[in-house]
Design a binder for this molecule. Structure first.
Ligand SMILES: C[S@@+](CC[C@H](N)C(=O)[O-])C[C@H]1O[C@@H](n2cnc3c(N)ncnc32)[C@H](O)[C@@H]1O
Length: 273
């Protein structure tokens, strides 16, 4: 499955990299060439991890419910699938599920609920209101059964020897050592075209965060860590990376997976040759 075949993505994720895999694969080392750990500090739907299937990995994200979901799939994919199957279909059932609070549910039901909301909400968005309640509208059931029990079993197997952590990117990058490889896919720059990153959980990813990220990646480079990042081609961002290779990224059409057009406004920045 790695480096070819159907990727085993199980989440719909804004900014997910599934459609970019054929292009990205040219700029990510094959798993046998990664001497240390594969690290993804903005894991989201984990498209690159699930495609590459590295031998050792650390996955993290600031979205703690998402991290709970990964941990629960690793431990009990069967239990989640059975609970997911039992959740009724339709807008009313969706609204009932949406009202529940993650922290009030046991881990398996919490994970099944998140998977259900993700598979049936509008465009796979992951947004909360000021009170921390999931507030994306209903999108329909068409994508609910695109995933199967086998998907969850496969993902669980891939997660067996993986560290899964909740938290900000900076400490995750700071603990990387020589020989590790980081795939970096942060929320793109707010401002200009994207005023906010409201489709992600938590606070906005500000320009100060972008600066923090650039410094963390500079420190990582100095320690001999390799990394590849996807990011917006906004000039303010590019100025943060004066000494690295920058490659314009083609755009997935959104309609035909894998078919690429030009002019995405996104780039790959990398410190590997
Ligand atoms: C572009 S998405 C990653 C998509 C992923 N590569 C995929 O293919 O599905 C960016 C992720 O960064 C996370 N994030 C936002 N701020 C963060 C922070 N300060 N530290 C770590 N993760 C953060 C969001 O929760 C979101 O999951």
């Amino acid at each position: 499955m790695a480096n070819g075949g159907q990727p085993v993505t199980f989440l719909r994720y804004p900014g997910g990299k599934r459609r970019m895999l054929s292009f990205l694969s040219e700029h990510i080392p094959p798993r046998d060439k990664i001497r240390g750990c594969y690290v993804e500090p903005f894991v989201g739907g984990g498209a690159v991890f699930l495609w590459l299937q590295p031998k050792r990995a650390l996955l993290s994200d600031i979205n703690c419910e998402l991290i709970d979901l990964y941990k629960c799939i690793r431990n009990n994919p069967q239990g989640i699938w059975e609970a997911f199957e039992r959740i009724p279909e339709g807008k009313e059932a969706y609204n009932q599920m949406r009202k529940l609070r993650h922290r009030d549910l046991d881990p398996v039901m919490g994970a099944a609920r998140l998977l259900y909301l993700n598979r049936t909400c509008f465009k796979g968005m992951w947004r909360h209101n000021g009170k921390g309640q999931f507030n994306v509208g209903y999108g329909g059931a068409a994508r609910r059964w695109v995933i199967t029990r086998q998907h969850l079993d496969t993902v669980a197997k891939l997660l067996q020897r993986v560290s899964i952590e909740y938290g900000d990117f900076e400490p995750m990058i700071d603990k990387c050592k020589s020989g590790d490889f980081i795939f970096v896919d942060p929320p793109y720059r707010p401002g200009m075209k994207e005023q906010s990153n409201a489709h992600y959980v938590g606070q906005q990813f500000t320009f100060a965060d972008q600066q923090r990220l650039a410094l963390a990646l500079l420190r990582a480079s100095e320690r001999g860590v390799s990394w590849t990042m996807t990011i917006s081609s906004h000039p303010d961002i590019l100025r943060l990376y004066p000494n690295y290779r920058i490659i314009p990224m083609p755009r997935g059409t959104g309609r035909t997976p894998g078919v690429l057009t030009s002019e995405s406004g996104e780039v790959i920045i990398l410190n590997i040759k």
